[in-house]
Design a binder for this molecule. Structure first.
Ligand code: RNT
Ligand code: ZN
Length: 422
């Protein structure tokens, strides 16, 4: 006998009700959270510039060569549309500057313009999604041993400041057109492989660059800025100019946001604990959900204890309006569209699990000092039928239920991806 998603949902609803949890309201909240999906999972962080067409430098790395990589912006957009059809709820698409519609005619990153993003805005409008944005400072030769905004050479530093200044203007345009804020996330690859003597000097250069970049104010409803710190990358192991403390201080002092990428920490440090630590001080948090294996390897996110813990922290802090959930991973060794869908769905599932928590009851136990009951209830929740709530949510949003995902991805692979010659 096969049960419909709706009848299974009705049973699940009753079960959750016994704990005082309203599944309808959890679903309703989930539906209205816009997940910012990183575009660069779709093309191995290649972009559409003439200048640079493959990922290079800065400590980030894509491995794998799965067939069917999009050969142009149209194929890239079709793939993204397919992925969106597999992901329930509200979506934003996070672009890199390198993904502008350059039609093979970009003269330099210091020459990017609004016109390179008009077709993206049209596309987003047609799909009713938002756009977020990242200036691209990596995969480029015009650096000072990999330094961009922290370069000592003024010509190089100014080149990258100009890139960031133009990027913010583009964000303002995107946000005003789509009538929803476009977040501008700055991550730079600047750092060094070995013992560094000028640690302070480069950081002061970066500070100067940031002040120049943020000098112009734009309406908050159109665009807002965020800074993304990192611990280290491959080839830049000893020193990262834009480190956690450096950016956090800058963000707090200047009223801008901080990006917490789950792959950018010491292995035993967790983002779930950092949310409540920075929330009282920062303008907002951009979340980059990734799954690092041994290093910032950017594997596809799956439901793991830490991912659920992050979502629980956001929900418990009632901070869905201050923590903006996004993804940041790129795995070229499996079907890219499937990877897009799977990672985003895992993020949503983790959020759903967090929304299906009797938080008040848990707080009560904690405040009474009944730590056994707190632990037992948390453990109890793990075997609750959240999967039935998820399937119902997927079905009512015209996206595949969990069991249907593989077939949908396979048919796109066979009908579209495998037919592309490289
Ligand atoms: C790199 C950062 C950054 C990039 C993107 C492509 O470690 O996480 O967010 O992944 O800009
Ligand atoms: Zn990131």
């Amino acid at each position: 006998m096969s049960w419909s998603a709706e009848s299974l949902y009705r049973i699940a609803k009753e079960k959750y009700l016994e704990y005082g949890i309203d599944t309808d309201s959890a679903i309703n909240t989930l539906k209205n959270v816009a997940i910012s999906i990183n575009c660069w999972q779709g093309d191995d962080v290649s972009g559409f510039e003439k200048e640079a067409s493959s990922l290079g430098g800065g400590g980030i790395l894509v491995t794998g060569n799965f067939p069917g990589k999009p050969r142009n912006i149209d194929e890239f957009r079709s793939d993204a549309e397919k992925a969106f059809s597999l992901i329930p709820g509200k979506k934003k698409f996070a672009l890199e500057a390198m993904h502008g519609d350059y039609k093979g005619r970009l003269e330099g990153r210091d020459k990017i313009e609004i016109k390179h993003f008009t077709s993206w805005v049209q596309w987003a409008k047609s799909l009713n999604i938002g756009i977020d944005y990242n200036p691209t400072f990596f995969s480029h030769d015009f650096t000072e041993d990999g330094r961009t905004l922290s370069a000592l050479n003024e010509k190089i530093r100014k080149y990258w400041v100009e890139h960031a200044v133009r990027s913010r203007e583009i964000c303002n345009y995107i946000g005003s057109q789509l009538k929803q804020v476009c977040f501008n996330n700055i991550w730079i690859p600047d750092g060094s492989k070995d013992i560094t003597v000028n640690r302070l000097k480069y950081r002061l250069q970066l500070l100067k660059s940031l002040d120049e970049i943020f000098a112009k104010k734009y309406p908050e409803e159109n665009m807002q800025d965020s800074l993304e710190p990192k611990l280290f990358g491959i080839g830049v192991e000893s020193y990262t100019v834009g480190s956690a403390e450096f950016y956090l201080c800058y963000a707090v002092k200047n009223g801008i946001q901080i990006t917490l990428d789950t792959g950018h920490l010491h292995p035993t440090e967790v983002v779930s604990d950092k949310i409540s630590a920075v929330l009282p001080y920062v303008k907002g948090i951009q979340l980059h959900v990734t799954r690092g294996i041994r290093w910032d390897s950017d594997h596809v996110p799956i439901i793991a204890e830490e991912l659920v813990a992050i979502m629980q922290e956001i929900v418990r802090a009632n901070a869905l309006n201050k923590v903006f959930i996004g993804t940041d991973y790129f795995d070229a060794s499996i079907n890219r569209v499937g990877a897009w869908a799977l990672g985003a769905r895992s993020v949503l599932k983790a959020l759903l699990i967090a929304l299906l928590e009797p938080t008040e009851k848990l707080r009560e136990y904690e405040e009474e000092g009944n730590y056994f009951a707190r632990l037992a209830l948390l453990e109890n929740l793990k075997s609750m039928p959240w999967g039935d709530v998820w399937d119902y949510f997927c079905e009512s949003n015209n996206t595949p239920k969990e069991k249907e995902l593989i077939n949908q991805v396979m048919s796109y692979e066979n009908n579209v991806l495998r037919k592309r010659s490289s």
